[in-house]
Design a protein around this ligand. Structure first.
Ligand code: PHE
Length: 366
């Protein structure tokens, strides 16, 4: 029996020192396996006298239990250590540095279009669009400019050599106003849309490029009047320039597709020799600059849009997106907008994650 105690002590010692699950398993086989020493001792119980069995049996069983428990504990400890090691080896280093300079930037025109969409969405306007390759019916005729109308000549239109299947002259749209017609024909009334996009005119100097961007606005509903137009434009300009001291001056004007037509000037103040939108107007260090063309939609245009002008009225406005960007962000040469110079883009561009929101500020710069 001394031998049992010695073997048990040796086995427990070996278990405590076993470094791998395989070593633990080998010890288990040597002790509890068919040929193991514990199993051999258990077999001797059959040959014992009842008295001997009574005194030795519990010792042998106790040895088996002690070894079994030690094996399980050691196995568990080794498995836990292996798992810890694996978890430590498999970690992902989330502190890896980001690229030094973000690549690419959002062009100010895209940024301003996003700002406009956000501002007008808040007033219930959806975004509509139309083709840049237009026919002269949508671009001119349906906007109350028949073939002989002198206003057509003012547009410096790029025409295509061929007519379309219906015999209409094809052109690059000269303004976003044809989207008024397309929106009315497609969606009917009531209607509240803006239409930003590219337009084309044969014109080129520091403030004119052959391609530029406009945004159109159109509201068609019942009982719409000039007051709605003025409130909408004032609300829009205050949100866009992010100041409350926006003053508007509405001047009588002429567009074939609106009646009456108004050109909208916004007050500016001269700060450090530069014109800044806000305040201004008829005061000493201020003045007015034209920012929008607008008016009540001409009855004939509502008819061309497939609606009854005795039932539906509306207002429309249009303005240059590039010019709005220049006024807000301070560029002074329009041509640089389309040069694709990365230094210009780095300076005037916006971060891709800088999505304009009314709550966060529509023009926050990275
Ligand atoms: N389409 C006009 C332009 O290009 C602007 C405008 C739009 C005027 C809507 C009145 C109403 O100059």
């Amino acid at each position: 029996m001394e031998q049992l105690e010695q073997q048990q002590a040796e086995t427990l010692g070996a278990i405590a020192e076993a470094a791998t699950p395989e070593a633990v398993e080998a010890i288990r086989v040597a002790a509890l396996g068919k040929q193991g020493w514990v199993s051999a001792l258990l077999k001797t119980l059959g040959g014992m006298s009842p008295e001997q069995r009574q005194s030795e049996g519990p010792k042998i069983h106790a040895a088996r239990e002690a070894v079994t428990a030690a094996l399980a504990e050691r196995k568990g400890a080794l498995e836990a250590a292996a798992l810890d090691a694996r978890l430590a080896a498999e970690t992902v280093d989330l502190s890896l540095p980001a690229p030094e300079a973000p690549k690419g930037s959002v062009h100010p025109v895209s940024q301003v279009m996003d700002e406009l969409a956000e501002i007008f969405a808040d007033m219930g306007f959806a975004v509509a669009s139309g083709p840049e390759i237009e026919d002269d019916w949508h671009n001119f005729t349906a906007l109350n400019m028949p073939e002989t109308h002198p206003a057509r000549a003012m547009h410096d239109t790029f025409y295509f050599p061929d007519k379309d299947a219906e015999g209409r002259a094809m052109l690059l749209r000269t303004h976003t106003s044809p989207v008024q017609i397309r929106a009315m024909l497609k969606q009917g009334a009531p209607l509240r849309v803006i239409a930003p996009g590219r337009v084309y005119r044969s014109d080129s100097d520091a403030t004119h490029t052959p391609m530029f961007h406009q945004i159109e606005g159109l509201v068609i509903d019942k009982g719409i009047h000039l007051g709605h137009l003025k409130w909408t434009l004032e609300t829009f300009l205050k949100a866009f320039f992010e100041r409350d001291d926006i003053v508007l001056r509405l001047r009588p004007s002429y567009f074939p597709f609106t009646e009456p037509s108004v050109e909208v000037d916004v007050g500016y103040t001269v700060v450090n020799g530069k014109r800044v939108v806000g305040g201004g107007g008829d005061v000493e260090n201020g003045g007015w600059m034209e920012v929008l063309g607008s008016g009540m939609v001409n009855r004939r245009v509502i008819e061309f849009g497939g609606l009854d002008p005795d039932q539906w009225q509306g207002f429309a406005f249009g303005t240059g997106v590039d010019r709005l960007a220049m006024l807000k962000y301070g560029m002074d040469d329009l041509r640089a907008f389309f040069d694709g110079d990365v230094r210009w883009l780095q300076h005037y561009g916006f971060g891709a994650l800088d999505v304009p929101t009314l709550s966060g500020g529509v023009g926050v710069k990275a």
